[in-house]
Each structure stands twice: as structure tokens, then as C-alpha cells.
Write a protein that binds this ligand. Sequence first.
Ligand SMILES: *Cc1c(COP(=O)(O)O)cnc(C)c1O
Length: 384
Amino acid sequence: MITSSRVKNLHPYVPGEQPKDRVYIKLNANENPYAPSPKVQEAVLDFVKNNPEKLGLYPDPDSLELHAAIADMLNKCGGVLCRAQVQGGEVQPAPEDKIPFTVTPDMIYTGNGSDEVLSFVFYAFFDSSKKFVMPQFTYSFYPVYAGYYNIPMDQVPLKEDWSLDVDEMLTRAGRNGGGIIFANPNAPTSLGLTRDEVRQMIKKSSPDEIFIVDEAYVDFGGESCIPLLAEFKNLVIVRTFSKSLCGAGQRLGYIVANPELVNIVTTVKNSVNHFPLDAVAQVSGTAACRDVAYYVETSRKVVQTRDDFYNFLRDKGFYVLKSQTNFLFAKHPSIAGDELYQKVKAQGLLIRHFNTPGIEDFVRITVGTAEQMEELKNCFNKII
Ligand SMILES: *Cc1c(COP(=O)(O)O)cnc(C)c1O
């Protein structure tokens, strides 16, 4: 065979479908229905128009401006956009979210979407001689990296109420010695642990093993673990522009961690590609972070629309988990998940169904604009 033996271990991620045959209302990939801030558009246009020569030069290898802008945004919003307070354009964290120290640029690492960032984090901190622990149902890319890097994994079933089985995760992590990863709030369940629950978890696990929290959805109402970075040197927080910063097309992800861990991930990245995000992504990301107020507003709109749709689903007889994210995870007693997905698709809307045993009754519905969700309500009213 011409392929390496490694290729046999690959099980690539299957993203939410992006069909080209007709225009669907896309509620299947947890994208944000709102465009990025107009300041992002302005900054990118200005950059391309006035600095065309920069497109021919390598970008700043340290991404200093972008890292400073991300740190500044986190300090301003406390790491949870939907709860931050805006007064006269100034943004302040909700009292419960205030970070008890200043996040500095050397605590930030950025990459091409948090998917790439996660890949380097896996390479940097998990070992092929020890199992790492993750929930059975969580972001389905984690097992893909485990295959890619040949790292053994230990998947811990969720509890009956679909929350993480924290005690069992800790027991197994203690036995395996290979670290822990989970999304908080988790996907596709939409449920989160409180910061204090995570704090207790880290306290009970080994300080010599990595503890990774993926906060892709935290801006929609979870509790960020950024404040815990002052207490724990083994904590890595992974975040993305793709959901709450309306930036999935820009491929911007980052970690927040202590500088020593940031340097380790940078070393891994520099061993694969010694340049950072492209120059345009750096400009657009920086502009986004400088307009925090805009994203506080869009996050709030998503949360409001979500809560309204949650009530609709409940009234319609769905079993729905109480979401802290920009999606709802729900099942109906009288229609199978796959059938519901198919019927909705036939009406021109896409939601997500996973053929995974254990969650095959559910559908995952991304929260779109209020208008899009009205369309989905009409659709559900016809079907059910
Ligand atoms: C969407 C998502 C990501 C990936 O985001 P990108 O930055 O677009 O690569 C990572 N983790 C979780 C849990 C997600 O849902």
C-alpha cells in the first residue's frame, strides 16, 4: 500500500452538512445568525485597500495586536458576553463574572479555529501511553484527534439527566493519569458545570496532569473558568470566534492559559507551521475584540431567541435540556430524531441529527434569528 499505517487510524470529523442543491435555513452547525460587527468589515476593507503590500509579506509571527485585543475583550466582558453590562458604549463584566486578575497577552495563543488549536493542545498535553478522560457525549472532534495522534481515550457515560458524571471522570482520571477534557457548556447536550464545580474537580485531580475546558459556547450563559487560572497551573481554556463572535468563516480560535502552557502549544505549532494566523484574520479578529458591545448585544439576542424557542418546544411536548448555549438539544415522544430531521429538511430548514447510539432520538437545533425560529416553529407545527 502507498498509504502509511497511520492513515488507518483516521476517522475524520463529519461537519453539519452544507448542501448546495438549494438554499436552506441553516440551523445545523451552531453558526451565529448575525454578521460580525461592521467594524470588522471596515477594518478588513481598510487593510486590503491601504496595505496591499502586507498581503505579500509574512504576518506578525507573535500576533501581538490580536493577543492584546483578545485579552482586553476578556477583561472587559469577564469571559461571558451575554451577561456583560454596557453603558455608554463601555463594557463591564457582570459582578459574578469579574476576573480577579488581568488577563495579559502572554496568556493567549491563537490558531486557525479552535479545531486547529485543539489539535495542538492534544499533541502537547496528552500522551500515547496514558488514557485521557472525556465524557461519552461531547464535542465529536476529540475522538478524531485521539485517533490522529494515537492517544488512548476513556469515555465516561453521562448521568441520567445528561450532565457530566464528575465523580466517575475523576475516579478514572486518577486511575489513568492522562488528563481530562470536556466542553463547558457541553455539546451536544447544552448543559454546563458551574465554575465552582469545575474548581472542585480540578482540586481533586492531579496538578501534574492537564485539565482542558473547551468554552466554545460559554458566552451564551455558562460560567467561564478563566478566573481559575490564578489557582491552577495545569488548566487550559479553549475558546473560539466561531460561535459568539459571529466569526466561523474567519477560522479564529484561541486558548487562555498560563504563559508556560501557551509557550508549549506555540512550540508544537512552530514545529508544524512557523507562521500564525494569516494577516487578514489577525486584522478581523482584532477589530472584533475592539467592539465588545456589539457582541454583547448579539449574544443577548441569541439567548432571548433561545429561551423563547425553548418554551415553544416544551409547549409542543418536547423533552428539552435547559441550554446555556446557542443551540437546543431536544427529543419528542412521538417522532424519531431522524424522521424529524428529514421532514424539516424537506421544508427547507436544516437541523442536526446524530446517528450515534444513545442520542439518536434527539435533534440539535441551532438558534438562529427570531425570524428563522418562527419559520422552524411553523415547520414543527405542520409536522407534529
Ligand atoms: C464549534 C466548536 C469548536 C470549533 O470551533 P472552531 O473554532 O470553528 O474550530 C470547538 N469546540 C466545540 C465544543 C465546538 O462546538
